[in-house]
Design a protein around this ligand. Sequence first.
Ligand code: ASP
Ligand code: MG
Length: 468
Amino acid sequence: MIVMKFGGTSVGTGERIANVARITADVFERRNATPVVVVSAMSGVTDALRRAATTAAAGDQVTFRLIRDELQQRHEQAIATCVADAEHARALRAEIESLLNWLETLCQSIYTLGELTLRGMDVVSGLGERLSARIASAAMRSLGLKAQTIEATEIIVTDRKFGSATPLFVETQERVRRRIVPLLEDGIVPVVTGFIGATVDGVPTTLGRGSSDFSATILGAALDAEEVWIWTDVDGVMTADPRIVPDARTLPAISYAEVAELSYFGAKVLHPSTIQPVSAKNIPVRVLNSFHPQHPGTLITNEAVPEPLIKGITAIRDLSLVTIAGPGMQGVPGVAGRAFSAVARSGASILMITQSSSEQSICFVVRTVDRPAVVQSVEAEFALEIMRGDINAVTSQDETAIIAVVGAGMRGKPGIASQVFGAMAEKGINILSIAQGSSEYNLSLVVAHTDVDDGVRAIHRQFRLDAI
Ligand code: ASP
Ligand code: MG
């Protein structure tokens, strides 16, 4: 059995949803097994819903109504295109309308309260999937499939961390099996809303932005699926962002560990948590293009893939390099521990750490939005040392980026780093800091914003990734 997830652009219009229904029917027939389908909201809908909620909270009573009308129009247009039976289309339109009425009521309450909690935001932003899933299952029925919309709030059980909740696997697995297996046995395609879940007592949550991929692998793991297929709008996992590197290529295969590094460092294809539920069970994930279904895509498994040595180069921007330096740091135990605890107290997460071997300085990278709070917290922690002159003031450099070079083939292979640095030197790019993950799957370089694109292109060329 296969779990298939279709992203926002893959369900972006009525034509695209009809295409999803055809792909589903095709998979059903070819594999002679009922697939489970997970859908995202139509592209842009989650953003629009969030805008509706935030403008309402800010005292704007007009925007959420406009958004409501736009959403109604867009979904009705989709229904007109992909739902053949007039009676079914009418019933579905009524259902969509009542969900949007409810959205308006919710936004009206948010407006009245003048306050938007994360919990309220989850209720509003999860509506897009509830709309698209209904249309997708109706489109499947139009093609003669049996299909049923399933609200993930019934089956994906999470903690109460609104905005980016964590699934509770034991409870989830139990509910998924109880609800989904009987449908599959009857040949009914479950069309599940991605992105959303609910607490044990039924309060709606979301798993974080872009998390429908994660929803799919949660279901895949709970059902012991043969494979999870992520249908998107590119041919698979690419060696680099094609907007930066025009001759970036699609990787035929990549390991779980490598793809996790790539997603962590900003490659947009998969949500960073996607691999987690399936890796322990060794369930392969395929990334496929719904606009180009003949393309074999990228296969992601447990297995090491020797070629190419370097799988991808990604960049995250809008970072700050924070440095704690001073003559009195050497040999003093606990400085690093205190520094990182201070960062943690500020609520920021650290993307990369380096320490010079002279122990005269510690550098770490945080997002620029977090930098003021981080610096303040670290300075407070070391106030005494700074006063004594053991530590110089904490300094930071904004407008920096991490370029991450990812590939399991780097492991134990000498000369990779020198090739990377050589490529950068040839372009005259100054490297501000360097770190290698202990897995040796990832080499990270900190550079100035102005050098990111050139740096990514230079490394891509150095390893001949355009020729794979
Ligand atoms: N619709 C949600 C979002 O835009 C989830 C997803 O698309 O994966 O974040
Ligand atoms: Mg996505």
